[in-house]
Design a protein around this ligand. Structure first.
Ligand code: B16
Ligand code: MG
Length: 208
């Protein structure tokens, strides 16, 4: 394998923000009287904010206008942003810093490829704002995963060919996006369909 760059998903790969997303959506859903649980939350992994809302609204009896939907998503994001203020470098997932610094030592470029518009806040909270060679996130894309745009942009920012890049993902939608971009795909957690599965982040070093 000749991988020259690794693009990391953020939520669920570098840091676990799942619970903050869950609590934000849950608070909004409870206020609206919409049923929402952790099983439904699993379907929101890697999916954009508005698409996540549409999944939650499958359980709503009320029809919301586009304007009302935007207000609901904004309200949830307010709660979420409040919750992620509590993140610190201690919330970086196990093995991540070791893997990232080894890749740097080997001269492999590292980037973020996240659907989240809150990527800059999260990276700041965990002390990694200036650590990556490139950051591609929800703020520079028009199509969310499983569309490959976020990863293609990351490769572009790095000045790399897609085929030189690998991605690390925790979501099925992210693996699909990486494949569509023509990149090598590594899965953590329960993400399906990848080229390789990583038991721990350090396993990445066996391949790259
Ligand atoms: P935001 P990732 C994704 O991040 C999350 O997994 C997903 O649950 C969330 O809806 C999406 O970001 C958008 O996040 O509301 O902060 O813009 O896994 O692609 O890093
Ligand atoms: Mg993720």
């Amino acid at each position: 394998m000749s991988i020259k760059a690794v693009i990391f998903d953020l939520d669920g790969v570098i840091v676990s923000t799942d619970d903050c997303h869950y609590r934000g959506w849950k608070k909004m859903a409870d206020e609206e009287g919409i049923y929402f649980d952790r099983t439904i939350n699993e379907r929101l992994r890697g999916v954009s904010r508005m698409e996540s809302l549409n999944i939650i609204l499958e359980r709503s009896e009320k029809e919301y206008t586009e304007e009302e939907k935007t207000a609901l998503a904004t309200r949830k994001n307010g709660y979420y942003v409040e919750f992620i203020q509590a993140l610190t470098p201690d919330d970086i997932l196990p093995g991540v810093m070791e893997a990232l610094s080894s890749l740097k030592e080997k001269g492999i470029k590292i980037a973020i490829g996240s659907s989240s518009k809150n990527t800059p806040i999260i990276l700041k909270q965990i002390g990694l704002s200036d650590y990556f060679d490139a950051v591609s996130d929800g703020n520079n894309i028009s199509k969310s995963k499983p569309d490959p745009e976020v990863f293609v942009k990351a490769a572009e920012f790095l000045g790399m060919q897609n085929s030189d890049c690998a991605i690390v993902e925790d979501a099925d939608a992210g693996i699909e996006a990486g494949k569509a971009a023509g990149m090598t795909t590594f899965a953590v957690g329960s993400a399906k369909g990848s080229d390789y599965k990583l038991e721990t982040m350090k396993d990445l070093l066996k391949y790259v």
